[in-house]
Design a protein around this ligand. Structure first.
Ligand code: UDP
Length: 194
């Protein structure tokens, strides 16, 4: 099966390697791409929130982020090949971005966390092009933020606002975006800042 539904969330049944290959191919072709990495918490939240559920299922990819999803799929007798952790996708994409000179934008987390995450990424991947960053404490209804991010013409935008905010914001971004891969990364900037 190409897609596996767990409590209404339609997961991509792909290895991490295939995932990355497809994402990188889409970036190369300037195809806009909305990636969700969903753990059991997100699935349970979506189950109770119809709007969030339909927004998730509009994503281009939903990765099974968490062993709970893998176990659930197995119990439902529609196994998913492997866990695809959001943090792994993030670090693999950063590495690719550095090799290919992709334009990367970091949105979210507290200002000090964001600044040290950006610094650490720049140090680890010297040839990465970070075209902008903004902390995650702004008015989410302010569409000028979306315009400001789009103006930097990013190939990848990593959005660390926690769920459901990050997926809601990305969904809004996608309605006016012409290109870019956008992925919600939860607390990943906190990890990168350490
Ligand atoms: N965050 C943010 N703006 C907000 C709420 C949260 O930038 O309005 C950031 C927060 O600083 C943290 C990240 O979102 O860096 C992830 O938060 P959390 O760990 O609660 O999210 P989860 O990983 O559970 O999705």
């Amino acid at each position: 099966l190409d897609k596996v539904s767990v409590l209404g969330v339609s997961f991509d049944n792909k290895t991490k390697e295939t995932f990355l290959k497809e994402l990188i191919e889409r970036i190369r072709h300037n195809k806009k791409t909305f990636v969700v990495t969903a753990n059991p918490e997100i699935v349970m939240y979506a189950k109770k929130n119809a709007d969030y559920m339909s927004l998730l299922n509009e994503a281009d990819y939903i990765a099974a982020d968490g062993i709970g999803i893998i176990k659930g799929a197995k119990i439902l007798e529609t196994p998913i090949v492997e866990r695809v952790a959001g943090f792994d996708l993030l670090t693999n994409l950063l590495e690719k971005a550095s090799q290919q000179g992709s334009r990367v934008y970091f949105l979210g987390a507290k200002e000090d966390v964001l600044q040290s995450a950006v610094q650490n990424v720049q140090k680890k991947y010297p040839s990465i092009q970070i075209v902008g960053s903004r902390n995650g404490y702004f008015d989410f209804s302010d569409s000028s933020i979306i315009e400001a991010v789009q103006a930097t013409q990013p190939d990848m935008v990593f959005v660390a606002l926690g769920f459901p905010k990050q997926e809601q914001w990305i969904h809004q971004y996608m309605t006016t975006a012409s290109k870019g891969l956008l992925m919600g990364v939860g607390g990943s900037f906190d990890v990168l800042s350490g």
